[in-house]
Design a protein around this ligand. Structure first.
Ligand code: SF4
Length: 549
């Protein structure tokens, strides 16, 4: 069949984007071919029955660099390859025989038993590594393929999974870390998250998407909803009451776009069906020819929200959605750090590891400290932080002290509070520069250099560090966003450094940081640079002026 170039009754389409709904069913690139040749979810059986027994050398390259992702597995970067060579090497030259394994933790929700297990598994199988990601996941490193089945078994016995943690699939669903307990939440999104997990994760109908599909469901605006493929944002409808406002088409990376409101109000029990409708639009109309145009944001940008809504309603839901109001934007971004009263009178306590870096041993000790404080619920946040729920007032101080002993401060400096960093060159094959260790050094430097202006009332300035032009640490929406690249220092040497993006934000300051031409800084000069920017801002700002204004 010759694929049509138009859909009935519509203007001429861009040719050849590889949309299934327009008849392009033959794979148009190797990724699409790989997914068509074999449902990526089938790789699990091969890992359990062949690769875990045969070792790294037995792994089929198509599985290794493709389908493994559907179970949260990426090869990590071979140690010792500097960032300047990243783009010059073939994938197999960068591949180590060890893996990153991502555990999806939808809504960031963990019991202390689950947290302790994650920590113990890290001690046993992952050389004590554990990073909290800005998508509420935990990532291990140094995983051997031989150990994966045992890891899965223990995770799944505890109700955890790595399924569709990566790949062209519905990734972890972000949710408010304080869902159900926050006094200023409009509605608790947790039941909708649970139903989506139950109905659709691991469903072969949604395991071959054009690219990844990121979801956020929150009754508070604390999950960076503007940069999701789909987001349900809590809103009060004047007639129908609490429900969700639907946003689609956000995403960062090299072509950042903010999500668009479709102008509809969705009651909580209809969220899963509407989610199914949107992901189906993406699956069938998403662009599959070019990987860099395959996210839903390109489709939404081309169609506009009105047409997207019409196709969703007419072709996928078979009914009209209810018009709805826009949610009110909070005055400041929400990050859950510190001690806050819950609506039931107990407290939640948010603590800040630096850029999400903890360890298995720390997580084991956190679980013990939380149980000593009389709670068994912990949450991971979209800011790479950790929150303990349900703490009685009398236990708060003791818990804060125990967390501080573990390096998790609950009253952190603005710099410790606002920093985020991606995985970077330590483990990521795409990285050009070091990130996590650099974030830790930068925080130490800023805490000592800027102690005179950090009086506890200074608003945290978000500094986000990426190891490459992708945006795993959301650099475009940071006050100071740093994109890793090789730069030339004053002596003419090629060294690690950053392209600077200034003044990005979400919420009231929704927008991308300005990338000033030639505005680059070497890694060595980074503390000087950030100090200078902060001092200038503090000296010149008007009362209550925000950095992004
Ligand atoms: Fe890797 Fe780049 Fe993502 Fe950092 S931003 S984790 S270096 S892909």
């Amino acid at each position: 069949m010759v694929p049509p170039t138009t859909t009935p009754g519509r203007a001429k389409q861009r040719r050849g984007e590889g949309q299934w709904a327009l008849g392009y069913r033959e794979p148009l690139n190797p990724n699409e071919r790989s997914k068509k040749d074999d449902n990526p979810l089938n790789v699990r059986a091969r890992i359990e029955n062949i690769y875990a027994r045969g070792g790294f050398a037995s792994i089929d390259p198509g599985d290794l660099r493709g389908r493994f992702r559907w179970y949260g597995l990426y090869t990590q970067r071979k140690p010792g390859i500097d960032g300047g060579r990243t783009g010059a090497l073939e994938p197999e030259e960068l591949d180590d025989e060890y893996f990153m394994l991502r555990v999806r933790i939808d809504g960031g929700r963990l019991t202390t038993q689950q947290l302790a297990l994650i920590g113990e598994l890290s001690q046993t199988y992952a050389r004590d590594t554990a990073d909290i990601t800005d998508r509420q996941n935990v990532q291990y490193h140094w995983i051997r393929i031989e150990d994966v089945p045992a890891l899965w078994q223990r995770l799944e016995d505890a109700g955890l999974t790595t399924m569709e943690a990566c790949g062209d699939s519905p990734r972890v669903v972000l949710g408010s870390p304080v869902a159900g307990i926050s006094a200023d939440e409009i509605i608790d999104g947790s039941p909708a998250i649970d139903e989506i997990l139950e109905r659709y994760i691991g469903d072969p109908r949604f395991a071959n998407l054009p690219r990844k599909f990121k979801t956020s469901i929150s009754g508070r605006q604390d999950t960076a909803h503007e940069i999701h493929d789909i987001a349900f944002v809590g809103v009060e409808h004047p007639e129908h009451g609490p429900g969700f406002d639907l946003w689609v088409g956000g995403g960062l990376s090299t072509n950042p776009m903010l999500a668009k409101r479709l102008g509809v109000w969705v009651p909580r029990d209809e969220v899963p069906a509407v989610w199914e409708g949107v992901i189906s639009v993406f699956r069938d109309y998403g662009y599959r020819r070019l990987r860099h145009r395959a996210r839903i944001k390109f489709l939404v940008a081309d169609w506009g929200p009105e047409k997207f809504r019409q196709v969703l309603e007419d072709e996928f839901l078979g009914r009209k959605l209810i018009d709805g109001p826009a949610p009110e934007t909070p005055a400041r971004p929400i990050d859950h750090i510190g001690v806050h009263r819950q609506k039931d009178g107990l407290f939640y306590v948010g603590a800040a590891p630096v850029a999400g870096r903890v360890s298995g041993s720390i997580l084991v000790e956190v679980a013990k400290a939380v149980e000593r404080a009389g709670s068994n619920r912990v949450r991971l946040t979209p800011q790479q932080k950790l929150v303990v729920l349900d703490v009685a007032e009398a236990e708060v101080k003791g818990l804060q002290a125990a967390l501080a002993e573990l390096g998790l401060q609950t009253e952190p400096s603005p710099w410790r509070r606002g920093i985020m960093a991606c995985t970077g060159i330590e483990f990521c094959k795409l990285a050009i520069v070091e990130t996590k260790a650099r974030a830790a050094t930068l925080v130490d430097e800023l805490e000592s250099r800027l102690a005179d202006i950090t009086d506890g009332t200074t608003a945290p300035l978000a500094v986000h560090i990426n190891g490459c032009p992708n945006s795993c640490a959301r650099i475009q929406t940071a006050d100071i966003g740093l994109k890793g690249q090789i730069v030339t220092d004053e002596a003419g040497n090629q060294v690690e450094g950053f392209q600077v993006h200034l003044g990005g934000g979400l919420g009231l300051d929704s927008g991308f940081g300005r990338k000033l031409r030639g505005h680059k800084v070497t890694a060595t000069d980074l503390p000087d640079y950030v100090e200078r920017v902060v001092r200038n801002f503090v000296a010149q700002k008007e009362e209550d002026e925000r950095f992004a204004q």
